[in-house]
Design a protein around this ligand. Structure first.
Ligand SMILES: Nc1ncnc2c1ncn2[C@@H]1O[C@H](COP(=O)(O)OP(=O)(O)OP(=O)(O)O)[C@@H](O)[C@H]1O
Ligand SMILES: [Mg+2]
Length: 238
């Protein structure tokens, strides 16, 4: 199987608890690919496996033709894969600006860090206003923007977002999706998006995978899955 990111028949879990079973998916360059599924289905575990936080028990993860299965997370970052973890995981006792600077791919290159910071602040002007504020005092939506901004500071080729709209009010959810759209348009990024807001996710995704109890049970284009009656019943309340 060829592709930009290829997950090939991966099984993984925690100790003796197996979570992912024989999961295969691929993401091509420039695509937005969504991963949908209920609570506990294994979405975060899938991202953790791709990002080297969990080693697969079988199968492999290939990025730009290199086998990266089980590669330590800090090496993954240098391959320019970035992730916005569930809940953002900001350093709450550091300022917004400090959080952003921590995301820099190459902190020794000040010029590059400054340029990345300018770009991120242009994309999310609110973060410039809040630069010296402690990250822990941001609103939920601002926190997500800061977490996305921090991930963008490493100039990633592939950005994974783990439920970026979780816990946000409907207005804020719209804002976060608007930001994702603008990032896609302005940065030509490849995105792997885990979401529970299924309609919004399918609207911006080229393709999506549905995961149930650790297995991929369905895949298709965003449009096709939007029309799929099983998906509508299970995830859209229609
Ligand atoms: N650190 C861990 N140790 C043991 N089991 C875990 C651990 N993290 C997650 N699990 C279990 O693995 C399964 C999949 O969890 P995961 O976090 O991947 O689900 P998810 O699809 O991301 O769910 P959610 O939508 O609620 O975030 C669940 O049964 C969960 O209890
Ligand atoms: Mg999760």
């Amino acid at each position: 199987m060829s592709g930009f990111l290829v997950v090939e028949r991966v099984s993984a879990g925690y100790g003796l608890a197996s979570v992912l079973r024989d999961v295969s998916l691929h993401v091509d360059k420039g695509e937005v690919v969504a991963v949908l599924g209920a609570n506990g289905a294994g979405k975060t575990t899938l991202l953790r496996t791709i990002y080297g936080l969990i080693a697969p028990t079988s199968g492999r993860v290939v990025f730009e033709d290199a086998d990266i299965s089980g590669t330590p997370a800090h090496h993954i970052v240098s391959r320019r894969l970035a992730m916005v973890p569930e809940g953002g995981r900001l350093f709450t006792f550091m300022t917004v600006k400090e959080n952003l600077e921590l995301g820099a791919f190459n902190p020794s290159s000040r010029a590059e860090t400054r340029r990345n910071l300018e770009e991120v602040l242009t994309l999310f002007p609110i973060l410039a206003e809040r630069g010296s504020q402690l990250a822990g005092s941001l609103s939920g939506g601002e926190r997500q923007m800061c977490a996305i901004g921090r991930a963008l500071m490493s100039h990633p080729k592939l950005l994974a977002l783990d439920e970026p709209s979780a816990g946000l009010s409907p207005g804020m959810v719209e804002k976060v999706f608007d930001f994702i759209r603008s990032v896609v348009a302005s940065r030509h990024l490849t995105i792997l998006l885990v979401e529970q807001h299924v309609e919004d996710a399918l609207e911006i995704a080229n393709r999506a995978y549905v995961i149930e109890r650790g297995e991929i049970v369905k895949t298709g284009t965003g449009d096709a899955l939007m029309q799929d009656q099983d998906i509508q019943r299970a995830y859209m309340g229609l």
